[in-house]
Write a protein that binds this ligand. Structure first.
Ligand code: PEP
Ligand code: MN
Length: 350
């Protein structure tokens, strides 16, 4: 499949002209705009040299690429640069930033959420997490507070000034959740729920899209393509571990996928070391590995009473452990920034 990216500053008349010319030649192109970038691509069509030359000859076109291997809108070639997903005036997923999202796996009570929200804000989290619609393996497990939890999230956001990320599990909850949440999370179990992905895309909020634990990188990127295809370019991908033969950890964190997706796509990528490992003692090393591998942030479970948590207590960091993690992340990132990439390349060649 061929994709043509237009120069910045080209007009909708320029774009229309190419689309019409393609139609006249019998093609059925798609045109989409991601933030300030417009692309035209021709799905289900062989990337012939003739078509590539035709696209490249258009003066409004900056770049033509065969995107057969990666979904077009998700592919790095659709924007030519990393996408910044802005959450509010101070928080954005963008090159040079590292966003720490932290909070309880599940919102349990006003006191629990207020305590944890305050602790994570104090230790440098810039987004508050907390699930209110919980997708649980067993119907007998705590299912979340539902709409009541959304009000608690709104109160915690107000008290701490932190934006909120929370999961939606059902199209019926999307609109109400979007009134409270700054970021809508689609969880691993709904990673290929295409009607939910399309509904979430239209809610006017950035989307945190977890990788399905049984999904390949290609399937994960195609899930993101559903959101972008609806016109929402604010997608943050989240690697949260996949199911493998290994039972010693809850899932297997696929760090390779983080590096690979940073290479294939313009979208920011974050890591959830809590759900990946299921064990609090592994959360810090995995979070550091994520930062070193080029992730744009992390999503971490924190609970002040892990042993009594109603959901996923074994993987929740205590507030002092979370503070330790953010200090070490800061030190690691300072060290990485001080080691210029050029030097690394020189030493790699030696
Ligand atoms: C969560 O982050 O609360 C969650 C349920 O994660 P996942 O979908 O990755 O299991
Ligand atoms: Mn959980």
């Amino acid at each position: 499949m061929l994709l043509a990216r237009f120069h910045l500053g080209t007009t909708s008349e320029n774009h229309e002209e190419l689309v019409n010319a393609l139609h006249r030649r019998g093609y059925h192109p798609n045109r989409r705009t991601l933030h300030n970038r417009t692309v035209v691509y021709v799905p289900n069509t062989a990337p012939t040299a003739e078509l590539a030359a035709f696209l490249a000859a258009n003066p409004a076109v900056e770049h033509v690429e065969d995107v057969t291997a990666t979904p077009p809108l998700v592919s790095a070639s659709s924007t030519g640069a990393p996408t910044t997903v802005r959450i509010n005036r101070t928080v954005s997923f963008s090159p040079g930033e590292f966003v720490v999202m932290a909070g309880p796996c599940a919102v349990e009570s006003p006191d629990q959420l207020a305590t944890i929200a305050h602790e994570v804000a104090r230790s440098g989290a810039t987004v508050l997490r907390g699930g209110v619609f919980k997708p649980r393996t067993s119907p007998y497990s705590f299912q979340g507070l539902g709409e009541r939890g959304l009000s608690l999230l709104a109160a915690a956001a107000e008290a701490t000034g932190l934006p909120v990320v929370t999961e939606v599990t059902d199209v019926a909850h999307v609109q109400r959740t979007a009134e409270v949440a700054d970021i809508l999370q689609v969880g691993t179990r709904n990673a290929q729920n295409f009607s939910l992905l399309k509904e979430v895309a239209l809610a006017g909020r950035p989307v945190l899209l977890k990788r399905g634990f049984g999904c390949t990188v290609d399937e994960w990127l195609h899930a993101a393509e559903y959101v972008l295809n609806e016109g929402n370019a604010d997608v943050v991908l989240c690697e949260r571990g996949i199911r493998t033969f290994e039972g010693a950890t809850r899932f297997t964190l696929d760090i390779s996928a983080v590096a690979l997706v940073k290479h294939l796509s313009h979208l920011p990528v974050v890591v959830d070391p809590s759900h990946a490992s299921g064990r609090r003692e592994l959360v810090e090393p995995l979070a550091l590995a994520a930062a070193a591998a080029g992730a744009d942030g992390i999503l971490v479970d924190v609970h002040h009473e892990g042993a009594a948590a109603l959901c996923d207590g074994d993987q929740a960091l205590a507030p002092d452990q979370f503070s330790h993690l953010t200090n070490r992340l800061r030190a690691l990132r300072t060290g990485l920034a001080a080691a210029p990439e050029a030097n690394l390349l020189v030493s790699a060649r030696e």
